[in-house]
Design a protein around this ligand. Structure first.
Ligand code: PMP
Length: 428
């Protein structure tokens, strides 16, 4: 079956809005192993995006796959009307690895649902409806999650939650005028205070943020941003929700969770993606007190199912056993250094930013900060034609995202550097 005929059939039966990457020549996947994906025509690609930071320890990782298969043969699904021991084990693991105050977990099937659970818990705990979140956030695709999302093109149809307020995000590269990181934080804090004073009665349910904005283009806040925001959130009666869907499980290097890089403790954390190396998962963890406020009955048919839990446990234990949180820091530093070398060479790279194994290139018109979406897309397509898969993002579609698996080795890095170099020359 050729790629062309599958693409044609895809277009016949799928929503047009479900458009894949690489417009004219989307990748039609046949199989994948470790750092590689093969398309149906037999071409091999080095994967430096992991299905949007999802395949955290390599495609069909030997150990993870084996343990998943064993579980599949033992018991696949009984729903949460019964207790399965492996769900308890994963919950214990999450409790052990997250900050000490966080003690109670709830499992679902996606990041969207993990965020919905967090919002529900925050509202029930505080009795307030208002959620403050950041511009350029991506939170998922249900009605509430789309209401939280602050990228116009991801807010389809009816964005209906009237209680969401978006405040300025700490995007130092795109401050309205040239400001120092400290001044950007001041501006964000001022905007938060003004939003509270003008659009709320001063009481909120939560402040929700990705420690590093993912879809937004790996926007890293200045170090003290969250420390400055926290007291204001608390003063307004709100809890702090850290959306760790992209930044969790070692991705940022040196710490298990992105928010730990900023020295504050959230009241709620949400996880998905890399937690189960490519299996559908969502997890929300919070304090005993907040969990206690979620009164009534809540039920997700597949949330915490034994197979996904086996994959999650195997993934987390693989990250631990192979020191991948550290590897993400070491390899991430190499990646960063090389990308900065490229920036010195290619004037259309406006900024290199990120943390650990989530690094980005913001593509602009040389000599200005004008976003250059077309060159960014061309760069990503050119990398693919050389056999390397990268991601894109950013409100203006001009940010290239580089996020290899956490177990990326020197040889993969060297290979990727050559291919990125070739793609950069192509689009020069
Ligand atoms: N939060 C963040 C930070 C995300 O990046 C995403 C997915 N890109 C989501 C939530 C939603 O996750 P899912 O697609 O699994 O529903």
């Amino acid at each position: 079956m050729s790629a062309t005929s599958i693409i044609e059939r895809f277009q016949n039966v799928m929503f047009p809005a479900a458009a894949p990457y690489h417009g004219d020549a989307p990748l039609v996947v046949d199989h994948a192993k470790d750092q590689y994906i093969w398309d149906v025509d037999g071409t091999r690609y080095l994967d430096f995006f992991g299905g949007v930071l999802t395949v955290s320890v390599g495609h069909c990782n030997e150990e993870v796959t084996q343990r998943t298969l064993e579980q599949l043969q033992k018991v696949q699904h009984t729903s949460t009307i019964y207790i399965n021991p492996i769900m308890v084990e994963v919950a214990e693991k999450v409790v052990a690895l997250t900050p000490p105050g966080l003690q109670k977990c709830y499992f679902t099937n996606s990041g969207t649902e993990a965020n919905e659970t967090a919002i529900m818990a925050a509202r029930m705990y505080t009795g307030n409806p208002i959620i403050i979140t950041l511009r350029h956030a991506y939170s998922g695709r249900t009605m509430t999650a789309m209401s939280l999302t602050a990228h116009g093109n991801w807010r389809l149809g009816g964005v209906v939650d009237p209680y969401v307020r978006h405040v300025r995000n700490p995007y130092t590269y795109r401050a309205p005028v040239d400001l120092t990181p400290e001044q950007v934080v001041d501006l964000c804090v001022q905007d938060l205070e003004e939003t509270l004073a003008t659009t709320t009665n001063g009481r909120i349910a939560a402040f929700m943020a990705e420690p590093i904005q993912g879809v937004g283009g790996f926007i890293v806040p200045p170090e003290d941003y969250f420390k400055r925001v926290m007291p204001i959130v608390k003063e307004a009666g709100g809890v702090f929700i850290a959306d760790e869907v992209q930044t969790g499980w070692g991705r940022t290097g040196g710490k298990w969770f992105g928010i730990e890089q900023f020295g504050v403790e959230p009241d709620i954390m949400t996880f998905a993606k890399g937690m189960a190396n490519g299996s559908p998962i969502g997890c929300t963890i919070t304090t005993a007190e907040i969990a206690e406020a979620v009164q009534g009955a809540t039920f997700a048919t597949f949330g915490g199912n034994p197979v996904t839990m086996a994959t999650a446990l195997a993934t987390i234990e693989y990250i631990e056993a192979h020191n991948l949180v550290e590897n993400a820091a070491v390899q991430g530093a190499k990646l960063r250094e090389k990308l900065e070398e490229f920036q010195a060479e290619f004037p259309f790279i406006g900024e290199v930013r990120g943390m650990g194994l989530m690094q980005a290139l913001e593509i602009v018109e040389p000599g200005s900060k004008t976003p250059d979406k077309h060159r960014a897309t061309a760069l990503m397509d050119s990398a693919k034609s050389h056999g390397l898969l990268l991601g894109k993002g950013g409100l203006y579609g001009n940010v290239i995202r580089v996020a290899p698996h956490l177990n990326v080795a020197d040889a993969d890095m060297e290979a990727a550097f050559e291919l990125i170099g070739a793609a950069l020359v192509d689009v020069s």
